[in-house]
Design a protein. Structure first.
Length: 280
């Protein structure tokens, strides 16, 4: 799967691989592009100093969408989107870990899979729900229908985490109850806007649209890239009281990255931010 996506600038580079088989086991060795850190580690760093600004959230959201848009255009559903699978390389987020990804034919909008796989907290309702599989003796093979919108739910969970500092169902500790809450349309997802001091209604609107339990009601990645949350100017989005200072936001983002990036990569990242500021 990763080999198929080579040449795309938002996908981690695969340099070489070798499948080694001996009497005891079969091992796959891969040589891939080295990243500086991943989004999960960045979130931990930001959480410790509580300096994840609205501009930073918007920046990382756009980076994730551009990466996922590339695989969807090439007929791939990732199925395991989470912060740890977005790697920071020279200031840009790239997708990694295509171990459970699935291909979808160009004339199809969904596929059927026969196992429940993914990372629990980011799995969509449809990737959990068994539509009625095949009974083989005492064992039953599940039947699960997924689509590109399955990845959109996972993206919504990540954006929720970026915005509110926790996952949508984090307060439910029991695994079975959490599964039921994810799939139950009567369970209301809470959006602690006041506690998180979220002032941009467009941001909350995007999260809500991604976390629609019916997959067909979720927007596609291209629609999310065209959403006014990303496309509207900063002045149009906020009142003078709400508006953030882009220069200050860029400095804070660079300060958070300085401790995790190599000196050379940090220099490239800093130059990239300067270029973006000049464009604005």
């Amino acid at each position: 799967m990763l080999h198929k996506l080579q040449g795309l600038d938002r996908i981690v580079k695969l340099y070489d691989y070798e499948n080694v088989v001996d009497e005891a086991e079969e091992l796959l060795y891969v040589v891939m592009e080295k990243g500086d850190t991943d989004l999960a580690q960045l979130l931990k760093k930001y959480a410790s100093n509580k300096e994840l600004t609205p501009a930073m959230i918007k920046h990382y959201w756009a980076e994730m969408l551009h990466a996922v848009a590339q695989i969807h255009k090439n007929g791939i559903i990732h199925k395991d989107l989470k912060p740890a699978n977005f790697m920071l390389v020279a200031g840009r987020l790239k997708l990694i870990d295509f171990g459970i990804a699935s291909s979808i034919q160009s004339d199809k909008t969904s596929i059927t899979i026969f196992n429940q796989m993914g990372t629990f907290n980011y799995m969509s309702p449809e990737s959990i729900q068994d539509l009625g599989g095949t009974q083989m003796g005492n064992n039953k093979t599940p039947c699960i229908k997924i689509s590109y919108k399955t990845d959109v739910w996972s993206l919504g969970c990540i954006l929720y985490q970026l915005t509110f500092g926790k996952l949508p169902f984090a307060d439910i500790k029991h695994p079975l109850m959490k599964l039921q809450a994810i799939t139950n349309p009567d369970h209301v997802i809470e959006y602690p806007v006041k506690e998180a001091r979220v002032e941009d209604e467009r941001l909350v609107s995007v999260i809500r649209s991604c976390l629609e339990r019916e997959a067909r009601r979720r927007p596609g990645v291209e629609e999310l890239l065209a959403h006014t949350y990303l496309t509207a100017s900063a002045q149009a989005q906020a009142t003078p009281v709400q508006a953030s200072n882009p220069a200050v936001d860029a400095v804070k983002m660079l300060q958070a990255l300085e401790g995790v990036l190599s000196p050379n990569t940090f220099k490239k990242t800093r130059e990239g931010f300067r270029h973006l500021q000049m464009k604005d």
